[in-house]
Write a protein that binds this ligand. Structure first.
Ligand code: MN3
Length: 215
């Protein structure tokens, strides 16, 4: 059984860039539903005991789209919560250097990120990833993630589904992405992911819990 991870901050901690109302619905309703359906399908498919990463990869390979969509959305949202922090600070050290190499500076990375997110048609995710030791901005459709892309490590992600911003920004995806990028990224988490991409430490994984025996 996969648990819905708690948010790593209070519901109102990301205001005004992201309201408590958005976070409550996004985490308690949308994300919770993906986790619940994933658990139902995992049981049906006899995949209990796997990591969520393995479930996502196996579902993708086997063409089990309902399981893939729910499992990948469960993973993406948990990763997304960790990509944000109240007053996220600025990139430093190796991450700052990688941004300079890949984009010039943080402002140009922001432009690439916002442009990719605004240009992405319909639902999906906009990512900063590390590949071949280079930072890149990509987007994926619907539940798409990077778990099936060998050599790609996600550094940061932002949700492009309308439920991520419609309460706070209505149809203004560009405004959302600009505010998001300025106020919310957890650059320490991003630096940790970049280090993992370079073989230093472990990349973030979906939390697992030891199965509890029925009494
Ligand atoms: Mn979402």
């Amino acid at each position: 059984m996969f648990k819905l991870p708690d948010l790593p901050y209070a519901y109102d901690a990301l205001q005004p860039a992201m309201s408590a109302e958005t976070l409550r619905f996004h985490h308690d309703k949308h994300h919770a539903a993906y986790v619940k359906t994933t658990n139902e399908l995992v049981e049906k498919e006899g995949l209990q005991g796997r990591s969520l990463e393995d479930v996502v990869r196996e579902a993708k390979q086997a063409g089990k789209s309902k399981l893939f969509n729910n499992a990948a959305q469960a993973w993406n949202h948990a990763f997304f919560w960790n990509c944000m922090t109240p007053g996220g600070g600025k990139p430093a050290g190796d991450l700052e250097q990688a941004i300079a190499q890949g984009f010039g500076d943080l402002e140009q990375l922001k432009q690439a990120f916002v442009t990719e997110g605004v240009g992405h048609f319909a639902s999906g995710w906009v990512w900063i990833v590390a590949e071949d030791d280079q930072l890149k901005v990509i987007s994926t459709h619907d539940a798409g993630d990077t778990l099936d892309q060998p050599g790609v490590t996600p550094i940061l992600v932002c949700d492009l589904w309308e439920h991520a911003y419609y309460v706070d920004y209505r149809n203004d995806r560009k405004g959302f992405l600009e505010q998001w990028f300025d106020a919310l990224p957890d650059w320490q988490f991003a630096a940790h992911q970049l280090a993992a991409a370079r073989g230093q430490g472990e990349a973030w994984r979906y939390p697992t819990e030891p199965e509890r025996k029925q009494a």
